[in-house]
Design a protein around this ligand. Structure first.
Ligand code: MG
Length: 203
């Protein structure tokens, strides 16, 4: 399986990163070794001094597809949750400044904690789903899919023009503003439409 991620998909997050809005979805992949399931702890890697959380709505692909048009995209995922796109921000900046791919800063082991899935049919309107992240009980990120620059359907249309989507693939759809660093002992709790789907510790 593959984990497809969208970068800079919320205006306020692009602004906080000091980046222009992308004219088309900005895509990168994480390997399956990045997955962290069942609320297992995330172990801080020693290669970064600025490891940051990015809470994102995640789609679970349920059907093989390629060249999917946006109007049929909702048939290709069956569940949603919240995941964390952990990012070694210091490495990302270093690689960016050198003009190199920043892959390593986002794709290392454990960089994709994944919540419990909720069936897609439970949500009336996929363009109006709220989600949030609390760190140690304090609300740090709040988002709503109505603020996505590229909707779920537009993302699926775009990425399926490059990659065959397969059952079990995941799409991380981008983070809202409020990203920040984690430290040992932090407890991260994410909610999707008011339901807690992810609850784990940083070790
Ligand atoms: Mg992200």
């Amino acid at each position: 399986m593959k984990i497809i991620c969208v970068g800079l998909n919320y205006r306020k997050h692009a602004a906080e990163m000091g980046r222009p809005l992308p004219p088309e979805p900005m895509i990168f992949l994480k390997p399956d070794s990045a997955l962290l399931k069942k609320n297992k702890p995330f172990f801080l890697p020693d290669f970064s001094k600025n490891l940051q959380f990015e809470a994102e709505v995640v789609l679970r692909i349920s059907k093989l597809g390629k060249g999917i048009s946006a109007k049929y995209a909702s048939r290709y995922y069956d569940a949603l949750t919240v995941g964390i796109d952990f990012t070694a921000r210091d490495l990302q900046h270093k690689f960016s400044q050198a003009g190199h791919p920043w892959e390593l800063s986002k794709t290392f082991d454990g960089s994709a904690p994944l919540g419990t899935f909720i069936g897609a049919e439970k949500f009336q309107n996929h363009s109006d789903i709220s989600f949030s992240l609390e760190v140690n009980g304090e609300r740090r990120q709040e988002g709503n899919t109505s603020d996505l620059i590229f909707s779920f359907a537009e993302i699926i249309e775009f990425v399926s023009g490059f990659y065959t989507l397969k059952t079990g693939d995941l799409i991380f759809t981008g983070t809202p503003s409020g990203v920040g660093p984690v430290k040992k002992g932090d407890n991260l709790v994410a909610q999707l439409a008011g339901e807690t789907v992810l609850d784990f510790y940083v070790r």
